[in-house]
Design a protein around this ligand. Structure first.
Ligand code: C5P
Length: 404
């Protein structure tokens, strides 16, 4: 479920300036209840203090193969660290560490543990742009990825050297979402092709104005995060929303504005999907004609003629293949299960998520939602919970109900 409780995440920190961002990664993992243990190379300590990391992880930080603190001399058992881990993250991974990993050198605790690890390994390389594009580094990254290890891209941007280019460490949030996908991917969802719509649509009135609705896009964002973590291959067609998690692994982002654009983007990929989730609050109407340029007061009172937008769920629901499943939403001004069932049938959905506008704990603009799943076989009410938990519970319901 939506938690990393019981998961053991081992982080090896090596000596790059981006090490200063590692406390943020530790916080993200701990907030999801993962157990986090940290190993550092001696060079890493120049960039982030073990004390900070020990405080945030709630565990002592290990630095040396032999621990000579106090008056003890203890061998730091790298094999035990490796066996404990469900996932080893090496971040930031310097060019030096990447080369050692490929050569099998283990002159420090991080590398000795890496060589002993049987769990998945996730690399977040970070270095200056010329190092990052050197053939030696390219070859090492390719080798690690050919060995089945997870190697993140190092995005472009300002670098510590003052230069700008590729080589920055992936952001802690990005590393976190990749780690979740490695740890939480399930047999049911792994590789499933899912289409998701979310957010509001905007229908242009003139060159600068548009009409939209109050959808935050939060419910769709919660679905995207959950589907990414569970291992699905997601096409996410999203209207303009400020609540949007970027760089989710396994997600293809397709930004759109109007309902027509949303339908076109969905129709282009619909045949490839196993499951389609329509959580967008699509505007039902658009102006019959776009005013060219900006409508001026001098042009007279603004008068608009409206035409109906296409119903995306209905269009694709009615075209669905026997192996496909479709989930829609119904936001009603009253709690009306009969109306949700009518929508389910008329749009040829397999289930409709009923929620209520104006519900202080559900609907639009809220962090939580109160929903029921309505289908031809009955109704399942879920308790009021965060939109994230609603998404996880709906996906869990699909898994147990839909024979795919
Ligand atoms: O009919 P109503 O708008 O209440 O239906 C809501 C459901 O239909 C949602 O799943 C929404 O994403 C979808 N929908 C759509 N295209 C529209 C209107 C709604 O896909 N034009």
């Amino acid at each position: 479920m939506n938690s990393l409780a019981g998961k053991h995440v081992l982080i090896g920190i090596t000596g790059g300036i981006a090490a200063y961002k590692l406390p943020f990664l530790v916080r993200l993992l701990r907030a999801q209840e993962a157990e986090v243990r940290i190993l550092m190379t001696p060079a890493a300590e120049d960039f982030v203090t073990p004390l900070t990391l020990a405080a945030l992880s709630g565990q002592p930080v290990h630095h040396h193969l032999v621990d000579r603190r106090a008056d003890q001399t203890a061998w730091n058992n790298h094999v035990a660290h490796a066996e404990w881990a469900d996932l080893l993250i090496i971040a930031p991974a310097t060019a030096n560490t990447l080369a050692k990993a490929v050569q099998g050198l283990c002159d420090n605790l991080v590398m000795a543990t890496y060589l002993s690890a049987k769990c998945p390994v996730l690399w977040a390389p970070a270095m200056d742009l010329d190092m990052y594009r050197h053939p030696a580094v390219r070859e090492n990254l390719k080798t690690l990825s050919d060995w089945g290890q997870y190697v993140l891209d190092s995005p472009a941007g300002p670098l510590a050297s003052g230069l700008s280019g590729a080589g920055r460490m992936a952001e802690p949030e990005t590393i976190f979402h990749h780690a979740r996908r490695i740890l939480l991917a399930s047999d049911y969802w792994k590789g499933k092709k899912v289409l998701l719509t979310s957010g509001p649509t905007q229908e242009a009135l003139d060159a600068v104005r548009y009409i939209t609705n109050g959808s935050s896009g939060r419910m769709g964002d919660a679905f995207a995060k959950a589907l990414s973590a569970l291992g699905a291959e997601l096409t996410w067609v999203h209207g303009p929303s400020t609540v949007q998690t970027s760089d989710l692994p396994g997600v293809q982002y397709v930004p759109v504005q109007s309902a027509d654009e949303m339908l076109e983007a969905c129709a282009a990929v619909a045949d490839l999907q196993d499951i389609m989730v329509f959580s967008a609050a699509v505007g039902d109407y658009k102006p019959a004609k776009l005013h060219s340029g900006k409508w001026k007061k001098a042009d007279g009172p603004l008068e608009l003629e409206w035409v109906e937008n296409p119903d995306i769920l209905k269009t694709l629901g009615q075209a669905k293949k026997p192996h496909q499943r479709v989930l829609g939403f119904a936001l009603e001004s009253e709690w009306n299960e009969a109306e949700a069932l009518r929508k389910c049938e008329s749009k040829n959905a397999d289930a409709i998520v009923l929620n209520q506008a104006g519900d202080p704990q559900g609907g639009m603009h809220t962090e939580t939602n109160r929903v029921a799943l309505i289908s031809r076989t009955g109704s399942t009410a879920l308790p009021v919970q965060s939109k994230e938990d609603v998404a996880w519970n709906i996906l869990n319901w699909m898994e147990t109900t839909w024979n795919l």
